[in-house]
Design a binder for this molecule. Structure first.
Ligand SMILES: C[S@@+](CC[C@H](N)C(=O)[O-])C[C@H]1O[C@@H](n2cnc3c(N)ncnc32)[C@H](O)[C@@H]1O
Length: 264
């Protein structure tokens, strides 16, 4: 079910799950929750809708989304780390949020029918997925036409001096702190390496476009340390059947006219 890279990644999150939230708060100077809140504020999900939160981890965004779309809406939180999900389920019980289902699975192979969701969210997860082009294809499949994918991801600042200082912070301070609190410094060093290896937020816009999304909106935070993207799955174009029996010629002409207009 998992590739070697995915299995290594999964084990990393299994090993840091206990203090994942605490380390996240410290290394982001307690900003990570305000970024998640801003994502929800910008997305403005409608009440009564269906949402999938991918790479949901300990469920921070999943539970907030569930409250936002109540009453009537439902949220699925999916992650491949059982231990991260255990943490999420404890939070769910404590917060009495009942419109969430947490499930273990791989983003590259979602256990849902085509066009099942109005919204998909992925928060600090896309960078972790070994083949993100496959993952985006899968997300596009389960979104309804017009559905929105909201992504929050670490990025690289472009401001001179700040960029270098941030690199040093990620390269030395973050693995030190992560190692101290979780015993897995290598895992946090990988956080830095994966951030530097991942496309920055401007390049990510092109990747969403290539994956077939449109209306790409991006918002960098703190000089580009993190960025939000909101992207839309295109609406289906009205198709005119080529051979509809009655009135075939008219239908054919309309279809040809449409194609010509599109090719222009
Ligand atoms: C950095 S954490 C983010 C967790 C959470 N979304 C948050 O905002 O804190 C990344 C999560 O992605 C999960 N993950 C990575 N690759 C995955 C995949 N292919 N399928 C499902 N989950 C994956 C990890 O288990 C981990 O919980």
């Amino acid at each position: 079910m998992f590739s070697t890279k995915e299995e290594k990644n999964r084990q990393l999150f299994e090993s840091i799950s206990e203090r994942y939230d605490l380390v996240n708060s410290l290394i982001s100077f307690f900003l990570h929750n305000s970024w998640r809140k801003d994502l929800i504020k910008t997305l403005k999900p409608k009440k009564g809708t269906r949402v999938i939160d991918l790479c949901c981890g300990t469920g921070e965004l999943t539970l907030s989304m569930a409250q936002e779309i109540s009453p009537g809406g439902e949220v699925y939180g999916l992650d491949f780390s059982e231990k991260m999900l255990e943490k999420a389920k404890i939070k769910q019980i404590k917060s009495h949020v009942d419109n969430v289902t947490f499930l273990c699975g791989n983003v590259r192979d979602l256990p849902f029918e085509d066009e099942s969701f109005h919204y998909a969210t992925i928060c600090f997860g896309l960078r972790n997925v070994s083949n993100y082009a496959d993952a985006l294809k899968e997300v596009r499949r389960v979104l309804k036409p017009g559905g929105i994918l909201a992504c929050l991801e670490t990025s690289r600042p472009s401001i001179p001096v700040f960029k270098e200082l941030y690199y040093l912070y990620m390269r030395y301070a973050v693995p030190y702190l992560g190692g101290l609190l979780t015993g897995n410094a290598a895992g946090y060093l990988w956080l830095q390496e994966s951030t530097w290896a991942f496309p920055d937020y401007k390049a990510l816009m092109a990747i969403f476009k290539e994956a077939g999304f449109e209306n790409i909106f991006t918002k960098p935070y703190l000089g580009g340390v993190t960025a939000m993207h909101l992207v839309t799955k295109p609406q289906k174009k009205a198709t005119i059947p080529l051979f509809s029996g009655k009135g075939d010629e008219v239908a054919c002409k309309k279809r040809k006219d449409n194609e010509q207009a599109e090719n222009r």
